[in-house]
Structures are given as C-alpha cells and as structure tokens.
Design a protein around this ligand. Structure first.
Ligand SMILES: *[C@@H]1O[C@H](CO)[C@@H](O)[C@H](O)[C@H]1NC(C)=O
Ligand SMILES: *[C@@H]1O[C@H](CO)[C@@H](O)[C@H](O)[C@H]1NC(C)=O
Ligand SMILES: *[C@@H]1O[C@H](CO)[C@@H](O)[C@H](O)[C@H]1NC(C)=O
Ligand SMILES: *[C@@H]1O[C@H](CO)[C@@H](O)[C@H](O)[C@H]1NC(C)=O
Length: 328
C-alpha cells in the first residue's frame, strides 16, 4: 500500500462511491440514526471502512437527522421494540456490506466537534475533559459492544491516526483484544504497557462482549475518568482472567504515535497524533508526519533502509501534555 491516507474528518471524501452500496446506504442511513439514538450514541458520523476495495460508508448529516421531531413523525407507527429490531436489521446489512470475509469491519467515529469547523473551542484541555466529551467516549464503548454482539469483529481507529500500511499482518491471531499503546515496554503480554484506546482490534466472541460490558459498567466506579484510564486500571482486574479474555499490546514499532513514534519507516503501519493538546497543534504535526512519509516514499528503494528520513514530530504537540492528559 504505497499511498498513505489520513483517516480524518472533513477532508477525506465521505460520499458512498461506486457499486450498489450507494442506494442501500440511502435507505439505511436514517435507520442507523435510530440505532444511534436508541443506543444513546450521539456520534454525528459513523464511518465503516472497507479495506478490500476502498468502498466506504458514512453517515454524516446526523445533525439534522438528530432532529427529534423529524424522527418521531417517521417512526411513530412503530413500537419502540419494533423500531429497534428494524434498526438492527438495517445496521446488520450495512455491516455485512462493509465487512471483510471474516466479518471484520474497520470503524471510526467522529464527534460533532471534529465534524464542525467552528463554534466549539477545542483548543484547551477543558473541552477534552468536559462532561460532554467523557460521555461521548463512554457511548463509543457501548456502541462497540453492540457491534460485537451483532457478531462483527472490528478494527477501531481514531480519526487522528494515519494509516501507512495494512495493519492486518501485524496483528496477533487468536487474540480477543489487542490494542495500540502510548508506551510499549517491549513485551506484548505485559499488562504494564500503557494502552491507547484509539486503535484496537477486537474479535467478536462471548469473552470480548463480556469485557466491553464490564468496561462500560466500570465507568460508575471511576466517575470523571476517561474510558482509556479506566481500561488501564481494569486490565489488572481478576474478572479479565475469569472470563478468559486474551489480550495483547501492540508494539509502537508498527503502531506508533507522537507519544512514542515508530522508529522505522520501513515497518510503521499507523501513527497516532496522541499526546497532543489542541486541534491546531495536532493538524500541524499531522501535516509534518505526512510530509515525512512522502519524503520516505520518494526515496529510491535502496535508500529506504538508510535512515536518512525519520519523523520530525512531535513539534507543536507536546510530550509534556501526556503527564497532564493521558490520552486523545
Ligand atoms: C427540525 O425539524 C423542524 C420541523 O420538522 C424544522 O422546522 C427545523 O428546522 C429542524 N431543525 C433542524 C436543525 O434541522
Ligand atoms: C512478558 O510478560 C509476561 C507477563 O508479564 C511474562 O510472564 C513473560 O515472562 C514476559 N516475557 C518476557 C520475554 O519477558
Ligand atoms: C456465546 O456462547 C453461547 C453458548 O454459551 C454460544 O451459543 C454463542 O454462539 C456464543 N457467542 C459468541 C458471539 O461467541
Ligand atoms: C507551531 O509552533 C510554532 C513554534 O512554536 C508556532 O510559531 C506556530 O504558530 C505553531 N503552529 C500551530 C499551527 O500551532
């Protein structure tokens, strides 16, 4: 995969592309909204990315569709339960079309702050640790549990992660839950690795479903905490061993970030703009990252191992930020 693509909010094309998918998308869009509402998930955009042929699906006008009156007038003849069933069926259809042969989907979510260019001040830590933000992150965990319950495995990627290579060859096989790290200490089974919730590969089975339920319910034990902080606490809980969940931490060699960049551009799959406060700084460093990658890709083949191109990030993103805000 030579061409990098940023999985990012407004700039990547989002309309359904060639194939029969477009029309089915139109009919399913509204129902996806239902599900998101019923599941109390308020993401204005859900993107399912199909790696195989680069078709992707998105739903991005959720804001107007979140208009409750419009929704009610469409659905008032349905009982709530029936509506839920219909929604699940339609979502299942979307997932079917977006998934790979083994029922794996690539999934990302955008919150309204990312999708909108003005109106919200997301320059400070306040936004990221606000109640609204925390609530949204927790709803994401609950939504991902729904996906697992529907029998789909997923690769979840935050929108501020650049994908440079296909990650699939670098995943562990037969592992229920594998996650990228802010800091990786060299041993993939060591629970002391600092997980980052922005990139993970989760197989759908009873263990992963139980784990997501446990994770979500743990928010009540840690009020005011981010899903990722809670993960880094509950990963030690005996419950995880009891349900038999297998867990691995992915090396930053392949799945790096600004907290701990992947050192080898010959190996890197993804780079996350983590350890970064403020959208401007984040975009600044993401652009540098992309420039670095272009430089690397333009090297003649025999120069790619020379190490003459390395990351010039983080620049505006601050490593010190990590010690104030552990994630995002
Ligand atoms: C919501 O729906 C009402 C009635 O259908 C309409 O008047 C209003 O403009 C809508 N608001 C948005 C934000 O779409
Ligand atoms: C990796 O970590 C696990 C669990 O902490 C431990 O049992 C194992 O010995 C470690 N492996 C190495 C090579 O250090
Ligand atoms: C969960 O376990 C039940 C039986 O214990 C089984 O029928 C079902 O298929 C399992 N579900 C998944 C997703 O593995
Ligand atoms: C990045 O940092 C430089 C140097 O501190 C500063 O001049 C520039 O305005 C910053 N750019 C952004 C987009 O934050």
């Amino acid at each position: 995969m030579g061409k990098p693509f940023a999985v990012s909010g407004k700039r990547s094309p989002r309309s359904p592309t060639a194939g029969g998918a477009g029309s089915s998308w139109k009919t399913t869009g509204r129902c996806l909204t239902f599900l998101l509402l019923l599941a109390a998930v308020a993401f204005p955009t859900v993107v399912l990315y199909r790696a195989v042929d680069h078709r992707h699906y998105s739903y991005r006008s959720l804001r107007s569709d979140l208009n409750a009156s419009a929704l009610l007038s469409d659905s008032d003849w349905l009982s709530e339960a029936a509506a839920q069933d219909t929604v699940e069926l339609r979502l299942d259809k979307i997932l079917q079309e977006a998934s790979m042969e083994d029922k794996t989907v690539i999934l990302t979510t955008l919150n309204s702050a990312w999708a909108r260019s003005e109106g919200i001040d997301f320059s400070g830590e306040e936004y990221f640790m606000s109640n609204g933000y925390l609530e949204m992150m927790w709803r994401r965990i609950d939504f991902l549990r729904t996906i697992l319950e529907m029998g789909y495995s997923f690769i979840f990627t935050d929108v501020d992660i650049m994908w440079f290579r296909n990650p699939l060859p670098n995943f562990y096989s037969d592992v229920d839950f594998q996650t990228a790290c802010d800091h990786f200490f060299g041993n993939s089974t060591d629970l002391g690795n600092r997980a980052n919730g922005g990139f993970n590969y989760v197989k759908s089975n009873n263990r992963s479903i139980e784990f997501y339920k446990y994770w979500y319910s743990s928010r009540e034990r840690f009020p005011g905490h981010h899903d990722q902080d809670v993960f880094n606490t509950i990963k030690y809980d005996p419950f995880v061993t009891e349900i038999g969940l297998t867990m691995r931490f992915l090396s930053t060699t392949f799945f790096g970030g600004l907290c701990e960049p992947s050192r080898d551009l010959n190996k890197v799959c993804t780079m996350h703009a983590n350890c970064c406060i403020g959208l401007e700084s984040k975009l600044h460093d993401l652009r540098i990252m992309l420039d670095n990658w272009r430089e690397f890709m333009s090297l003649p083949h025999n120069m790619k191992n020379s190490g003459i191109v390395s990351w010039r990030v983080p620049q505006n993103c601050s490593i010190a930020a990590l010690f104030r805000t552990p994630s995002f």
